[in-house]
Design a binder for this molecule. Structure first.
Ligand SMILES: [Zn+2]
Length: 409
């Protein structure tokens, strides 16, 4: 398998680079390389045993050969691969880096332990959501939520292997198929954990502290998954009047940033419900600490260029503005307690429910001009001077990349 994967990786890098030249004379060459990738995927599918994994790989090959992408990509989103999950084709990247799709491939294996946790959270979601309504606004309702597939990344190439690394893709939307009937978020758990352990934990705790935090490193995965599932669900929390298009017309960037804030905050609050805390054995103080560290990791990644980094800025600014978090001159850190975090997030959720989710454009823009980084440069400059820019990024060492050259490796 490694040999076939290695071929797909190399072809993906070549296609991604060739296309970036935007030279019409090279189109036929990159088309030819895509067909080679399709052949390598077919060879790979012959070595798999799991039905859905085979189906997924074969469908990817079909798309590369010009098959009906909307139909095939939607079918793939409905699979539940137990052996290998493969992507090979055009994929979006970070908004703010490029709005185009770029050729990418990734190979991932299912993470059964974290999947069980996420499935557990889903099973308890109706009850947890009722609690959330009581905490924030009884007019909130949940529109359809999409599936969550948790994997560990084993190989990647093309745009997906560039920077910053993605730990999740929303498919098939991220491959350019909008409004598909079936959707799922594919999470790379090992990347997500590495981001937390090598960046959030290393950098953030120098700048923020949760007074009652008691982080146990062995449990981080559980919290990350619970919150991220909550964030995903959070994108589907609405009110009857909710219509993001009205705000988008006035300020598209503000609309995108605020939608990420809503998802973040609802994700945090779902993790704070008694239902999820009991059912998933979550502790409020550990949750607050992990959330604070992640908030800073996002924030330091250029809040004006990435909606989720902008969203982190909004939340921290809001917590400070309302006295839930303070600058501590002695330690040089922002400090708060887990109770402050919960109080601040609940208030923020109520504020946004009354403005953004209620379709009140005037109130939304008043909020945005105070907290969104692209509309409040002075606050952003002050925060950036305090936090500094992140100096770390993940990189992958992939021995599998060279396995095409020697079968002994
Ligand atoms: Zn989001």
């Amino acid at each position: 398998m490694a040999r076939h994967i290695s071929i797909v990786l190399k072809l993906s890098d070549a296609i991604r680079d060739l296309r970036s030249l935007k030279h019409p004379g090279l189109d036929s060459l990159s088309a030819q390389l895509s067909l080679e990738a399709a052949n390598a995927l077919d060879d790979l599918s012959g070595l798999l045993k799991d039905r859905d994994s085979i189906r997924g790989v074969k469908s990817r090959a079909e798309i590369l050969r010009g098959g009906n992408k909307t139909q095939l990509a939607t079918e793939i989103a409905n699979l539940d691969e137990q052996e290998l999950l493969v992507f090979c084709g055009d994929l979006t990247t970070w908004l703010g880096k490029s709005r185009e799709t770029h050729f990418s491939s990734f190979f991932a294996v299912p993470d059964h332990a974290h999947q069980r946790m996420a499935d557990n959270a889903d099973a308890m979601l109706p009850q947890a959501f009722q609690e959330l309504r009581l905490m924030v606004d009884d007019q909130l309702h949940l529109t359809s939520t999409c599936r969550f597939k948790i994997t560990n990344l084993i190989a990647t190439a093309g745009e997906a292997n560039l920077y910053p690394k993605h730990f999740a893709y929303f498919l098939p939307e991220d491959e350019g198929v909008k409004y598909a009937e079936r959707k799922r978020t594919v999470v790379f758990m090992n990347t997500y954990l590495a981001l937390f352990e090598l960046i959030s934990l290393e950098e953030s705790r120098r700048r923020i502290s949760v007074s009652d935090g008691a982080l146990r490193t062995s449990e981080i995965g559980k919290y990350l998954i619970a919150w991220f599932r909550g964030h995903d669900v959070g994108h589907s929390v609405m009110r009857q009047e909710t219509d993001f298009r009205a705000v988008s017309k006035v300020d598209r960037w503000a609309s995108m940033v605020l939608q990420e804030v809503l998802a973040d905050v609802f994700g945090f609050l779902l993790c704070s419900t008694r239902t999820w805390q009991t059912g998933l054995s979550l502790d409020s103080s550990i949750l607050a600490e992990i959330y604070a560290f992640e908030m800073l990791r996002y924030l330091r990644r250029a809040p004006r260029d990435f909606p989720d980094a902008g969203a982190a800025f909004v939340q921290l600014q809001y917590l400070i503005d309302h006295g839930y978090a303070t600058f501590d001159a002695d330690t040089g850190k922002i400090s708060l307690s887990s109770a402050d975090m919960l109080g601040g997030m609940t208030m923020l959720a109520k504020d946004l429910s009354q403005s953004v989710l209620s379709g009140d454009v005037v109130a939304t823009m008043a909020f945005a001009s105070r907290y969104c980084p692209h509309l409040n440069a002075a606050a952003l400059d002050k925060m950036s001077a305090f936090l500094g820019r992140s100096t770390r990024t993940l990189d992958y060492i992939q021995p599998i990349y060279e396995s095409g050259e020697s079968s002994a490796k």
